[in-house]
Design a protein around this ligand. Structure first.
Ligand SMILES: NC(=O)C1=CN([C@@H]2O[C@H](COP(=O)(O)OP(=O)(O)OC[C@H]3O[C@@H](n4cnc5c(N)ncnc54)[C@H](OP(=O)(O)O)[C@@H]3O)[C@@H](O)[C@H]2O)C=CC1
Ligand SMILES: CC(=O)C(=O)O
Ligand SMILES: [Mg+2]
Length: 761
């Protein structure tokens, strides 16, 4: 089998169908535009549009700088391309590049809260492209050029920088160069090398490659020790074929002519070329402890597995997220623009780029605090061969890189709105971080490190099969589908799903050798609750929830997910016939409401209809424990329609009583109540109650009853723009999660991942 095929098989974290479905489901594509001002009344309309809008128009005409105050300009970046060098896929045209560009826009938002829109310009003519972009200046605070082939990209960027008074930044050049340089600095340090004596080969002489070597030369790398190669081989002084002025500037005097010759004895190789460009012999011929950055996307010049087959002394990086050491410009562009926009920089200059390099390199050397460790693969990363650069989900990036960039902009005179208090700025930046990605990433990574056997009870359902495949493909463990052979196979065939793959098992309850054991187990639990042996036999044989829950109860699986075909309470009753609460615990449902800037846990969203004071106290304890397991320090508010006795009324009594009960239990988390949701969630409202014992706004909300819990979480989701995960079952003796009826495959995978996570390390 060719090496690259082997690598494809090893690392296929998503299938092609999944990738297409992901982009097609719901609203096609990955972006939408949402208004930031209410547009509900005639007055709103008069302010937002005619006549009110005329006022900021005149203000901007009189003073253009006020456009930053009255419009989106200051936080808006255009991702612009003509699709001539899409990743490492080549020139596939403007339209085909749109998924990548939408992706870049989403990354801007997710990682650095920069608003962004993708613009695909359908021309390969350099002048036409420049002309198109130059007139867009008023709309944006910055221009991020993307995936434009060399050498056109050099001319385009240079001319646009001259023509426009906002940052114009070709991400493939400078974004890549910044990340590669940071990784290189750290890899050199780890292998005892320096910029003066290290011999480096760069394969590829396009946008990314030329920028990388220009940046490292600007930082002091010895130019004589760099050999650049392209499709024609080594770029040597005097070469005429396939040359341009940017390549010529880096041509060296050498007798080496091929990449293989260049790599012989080299200390470092940067791959910015194409899939599979490095052979085993080339890697073998490199110096001891070689540094190999195979950065072509989506498939690197050589894979880490292939390198590991050849030698074990290499520091290896790729552009992909599914290997250690991801050297990819995603670590740079969101944060670099964040810093540049925040000081209204007129350009992104070398000093700002070098500041970003140093900040990134230093971050990887720092000790990783607990909350940051959670963003990594369940284990605390330590500076070393497998960790030379932070991962994109590292929550420190947002407060480190923009500060370094903004500071450098101010020092070099390109900042038009300097920041006086950089510490305060760093704190503000942390609040921009979107917690959704970090929370789910943490969960998935921990499961990946401790894969589990999860039984998918409704295995005959198409969306459950898809979820099972996604679960297995993402390395979360083994997915066990419960179902009858014929219907299961028929559904799979109709949906074009291939279940014959690693990580998927199918179990037919009727044919299972464990039926007897499960029946006996169930009978032992239910015989004094009016069930006959044959009732239990029937439940095990015909009801997938009972069969699956018994699999988990008797240790044949670690966790279970169900719920897509039955209503929640029925599925929960099925499960509870087979599994008890954890000793000393109460079973509750916790929903996670994830909103920009904050995550709030809401309980009980699943089990207790109208909890007593005692039950409310238990719910508070369970929810606080769950919050801790997810890395949050709980601040629990017991919610009611009244706050600390006003207005008076019986309905708040249970909440007040629950607080008193918690007082007697001496629990080790912050709690208080009863209080309204506005007081719990709004610091200014809370200040009006200086005696309130919460040290900040609440992150765990205990609801007075299931109806208020359910109504409020559903409203948050439908009206408030929050992502709500759950209800997540907490307090059961074994790990079971119940998805909502009709849940989509993505929701089912999330629930399965949570079930696997709760099944423990
Ligand atoms: N990890 C990351 O963050 C990033 C990775 N990249 C990757 O770098 C690669 C190049 O992108 P970019 O610079 O934008 O594209 P360009 O089109 O600007 O440049 C491509 C360069 O690669 C050279 N090349 C192509 N195939 C080979 C080969 N087999 N051997 C040697 N050289 C080859 C071309 O040579 P010639 O000049 O002779 O045509 C050209 O110099 C892509 O794979 C891309 O995915 C790019 C940006 C960021
Ligand atoms: C990562 C990126 O921008 C590229 O490969 O083109
Ligand atoms: Mg790119």
């Amino acid at each position: 089998m060719p090496a690259s095929d082997k690598a494809d098989r090893i690392r296929t974290s998503v299938t092609e169908q999944e990738a297409l479905d992901f982009h097609a489901q719901g609203r096609p594509g990955k972006l939408e535009i949402a208004p930031t001002k209410p547009m509900a009344t005639q007055r709103d309309l008069s302010l937002a549009y005619s006549p009110g809008v005329a006022v900021p128009v005149k203000a901007i005409a009189a003073d253009p700088a006020t456009a930053y105050d009255y419009t989106t300009r200051g936080n808006m970046v255009a991702v612009i391309t003509n699709g001539t060098a899409i990743l490492g896929l080549g020139n596939l045209g403007a339209l085909a590049s749109k998924p990548v560009m939408e992706g870049k826009s989403v990354l801007f938002k997710r990682f650095a809260d920069v608003d962004s829109i993708d613009l695909e310009v359908d021309t390969e003519n350099v002048d036409e492209f420049i002309n198109c972009v130059r007139y867009l200046g008023p709309s944006f605070g910055g221009i991020n050029l993307e995936d434009i082939k060399a050498p056109d990209c050099f001319i385009i960027e240079q001319r646009l920088r001259e023509l426009m008074d906002i940052p114009v930044f070709h991400d493939d050049q400078h974004g890549t160069a910044i990340i590669a340089a940071a990784g290189l600095i750290n890899a050199l340090e780890l292998t005892g090398r320096d910029f003066k004596n290290t011999r480096l080969v760069c394969n590829g002489a396009g946008a990314a490659a030329i920028a990388c070597i220009e940046l490292i030369k600007a930082m002091g790398f010895n130019p004589e020790n760099i050999t650049l190669c392209d499709t024609k081989g080594v770029i040597y002084q005097g070469r005429t074929e396939g040359m341009n002025q940017w390549k010529s500037a880096h041509a060296v005097k050498t007798d080496r002519r091929t990449l293989a010759e260049a790599m012989e004895g080299a200390d470092v190789v940067l791959g910015l070329s194409q899939k599979g460009a490095f052979t085993a012999d080339m890697i073998r011929s490199m110096a001891d402890n070689p540094i190999i950055f195979a950065m072509a996307n989506p498939d690197p010049e050589i894979t880490p597995e292939e390198v590991a087959d050849i030698r074990n002394d290499a520091i290896m990086a790729t552009g992909r997220s599914d290997y250690p050491n991801q050297v990819n410009n995603v670590l740079g562009f969101p944060y670099i623009f964040r810093g540049a926009l925040d000081v209204r920089a007129s350009s992104i200059n070398d000093a700002m780029k070098i500041a970003a390099v140093r900040s990134l390199a230093e971050l990887a050397r720092e000790d990783v605090p607990d909350d940051v460790a959670a963003a990594y693969q369940g284990t605390r990363p330590r500076f070393g061969a497998e960790y030379i650069i932070p991962v994109p989900f590292d929550p420190r990036l947002i407060s480190a890189i923009p500060v370094a960039v903004a500071k450098a902009a101010m020092e070099t005179g390109v900042a038009r709105k300097p920041i006086t208090d950089l510490d305060a700025y760093a704190r503000e930046l942390s609040a921009r971080r979107d917690p959704i990605a970090a929370t789910t990433q943490h969960l998935y990574e921990r499961v990946r490190n401790h894969p589990k056997r999860v039984v998918f009870a409704e295995g005959e359902e198409e969306q459950v099969m898809r979820a099972a495949i996604a679960f297995a493909n993402q390395g979360l463990g083994t997915a066990i589908l419960v179902g009858r052979d014929d219907p299961l196979k028929a559904t799979a065939a109709r949906a074009g799903i291939d279940l014959d793959r690693p990580g998927i098992e199918v179990v037919n309850a009727r044919l299972s050798t464990r039926v007897e054991a499960y029946t006996e187990y169930l009978y032992s639990r239910l015989q004094r609750k009016g069930y006959l042996l044959r009732d239990c036999q029937r439940l095990i044989n015909t009801d997938r929830n009972h069969f699956s829950a018994c699999m988990v109860a008797l240790g044949d699986a670690d966790a279970m997910v169900t719920g897509t075909t039955r209503n929640y309470s029925t599925a929960l009753e099925d499960v509870r016939r087979c599994i008890d609460p954890q000793p000393g615990h109460r079973v509750i449902g916790v929903s996670l409401a994830l909103t920009r800037g904050r995550t709030v846990l809401v309980a009980d969203t699943a089990v207790h209809d109208m909890p007593t004071a005692e039950e409310l106290a238990d719910i508070a304890e369970e929810a606080a424990g769950f919050a801790r397991s997810f890395g949050y320090e709980p601040r629990v508010a017991l919610l009611a329609y009244s706050t600390f006795g006003h207005p008076t009324g019986e309905r708040s009594e249970r909440l007040r009583e629950a607080v008193k009960i918690l007082d007697t239990r001496r629990v080790d988390f912050e709690y208080d109540g009863e209080m309204g949701a506005d007081v719990a969630l709004n610091a200014h409202r809370m200040e009006q109650y200086p005696f309130c014992r919460l040290s900040g706004t609440a992150n765990v909300l205990v609801m007075p009853a299931i109806h208020s819990a359910s109504i409020s979480t559903k409203m948050l989701q439908e009206l408030g723009g929050s992502t709500v995960m759950g209800p997540i079952l907490v307090g059961l003796g074994k790990s079971v999660q119940i998805a909502s009826m009709g849940a989509k495959d993505t929701d089912i995978v999330n629930m399965a991942a949570i079930a696997a996570y709760n099944a423990g390390a």
